[in-house]
Design a protein around this ligand. Structure first.
Ligand code: C2E
Ligand code: MG
Ligand code: MG
Ligand code: MG
Length: 296
């Protein structure tokens, strides 16, 4: 029950989609209030260079602090917000907040990073299909970039395959506009949906995020290993950067680094961090995890 779960930091109550009508209605009203009051929080999970351990980006992950339910995770409300259309204003807030936070990171770290030969930290933002389809989406992205003062290449939009599956002209046009604007486009959770490597040539994709389910099996199955290695190699050939999601142990990290996968993300390096924790990590300037030395 929610009461029993209240003691835990993250409250896992009944998923929104399965919840009763009354509860859904209540959640929708709560979401409206939360959107109006901008009472969501963004957490930031590091994305690192697997070879050096250097920080290259953060993925912004939304949380909803709720009076009775505790800190509600996105899996509990994003689908509901998509169905109701509330994802449009919520997603706009996420984009604006994340871009502003990235601008703050640059004030903290641009000069020292430049001295180390490192590019400015990027920020990855999740975009749902409903949000991408909204007629005002491209303008929201433009506005977030302009208002925050970041350069467009600092922003990476993470799209799931559900966006790309609808091969209508609008998707192609908007994708091209965003790409010409200079914003990065990533395919999130690659391998879980109707994955197709043809997306890589059909759309201006700059990053491919290999889903955690493939990383889980890396050290266990020859097939999984071969699959991840193959995807990494093809992506590399096409000039697409790969991020391995959900790295939880050094064995996975080492296997990925050895096959030439450039970037990774996962609890091994860091959990999603509060904005303060993320800023502290940036000003520390130390690699997140010391890479395993090559065997000699
Ligand atoms: P995602 O975009 O694939 O984000 C990665 C999720 O995996 C995050 O869960 C993250 O906390 C979790 N994760 C990262 N490393 C590990 C690991 O090593 N092990 C395990 N077990 N999990 C790991 P989170 O924050 O609960 O987000 C879940 C999903 O909700 C996201 O999946 C994304 O699809 C969606 N989401 C989050 N924030 C937003 C947002 O602002 N807008 C939209 N539209 N969707 C969002
Ligand atoms: Mg994501
Ligand atoms: Mg993902
Ligand atoms: Mg996911």
């Amino acid at each position: 029950s929610a009461k029993a779960a209240g003691k835990r930091q993250w409250c896992h109550y009944q998923p929104a989609l399965q919840a009763g009508l009354v509860e859904r209605h209540e959640l929708n009203e709560n979401l409206d209030t939360a959107i109006a009051e901008s009472s969501f929080k963004l957490y930031y999970q590091p994305i690192v260079d697997l070879a050096s351990g250097a920080l290259v980006a953060f993925e912004a992950l939304v949380r909803w602090p709720h009076d009775r339910r505790g800190m509600v995770l996105p899996d509990e409300f994003i689908a509901l917000a998509e169905e109701s259309g509330q994802i449009v204003p919520l997603g706009a807030w996420v984009l604006e907040r994340a871009a502003q936070e990235a601008a703050a990171w640059h004030r903290l770290s641009a000069a020292p990073r430049l001295a180390q030969g490192l590019p400015p930290l990027r920020v990855n933002v999740n975009v749902s299909a409903r949000q991408f389809r909204d007629a005002g989406f491209v303008d929201v992205v433009r506005g977030a970039v302009r208002t925050s003062g970041i350069t467009p290449d600092v922003l990476v939009l993470e799209l799931t395959e559900s966006v790309l599956m609808r091969r209508d002209e609008r998707v192609h046009t908007d994708m091209r506009t965003l790409s010409e604007l200079g914003v990065g486009i990533a395919i999130d959770d690659f391998g879980t949906g109707y994955s197709s490597l043809s997306y890589l040539r059909e759309f201006p994709i700059s990053i491919l995020k290999i889903d955690k389910s493939f990383i889980d099996g890396l050290g266990l199955s020859q097939q999984q290993y071969a699959l991840v290695e193959g995807i990494t190699r093809i992506a590399d050939t096409l000039g697409v950067q790969v991020i391995a999601e959900g790295i939880e142990n050094t064995e996975q990290r080492d296997l990925l680094a050895a096959m030439g996968c450039p970037l990774g993300q996962g609890y091994l390096f860091a959990h999603p961090l509060t904005p303060d924790q993320a800023r502290r990590l940036i000003t520390d300037h130390s690699p997140l995890i010391t890479p395993t030395p090559h065997p000699t």
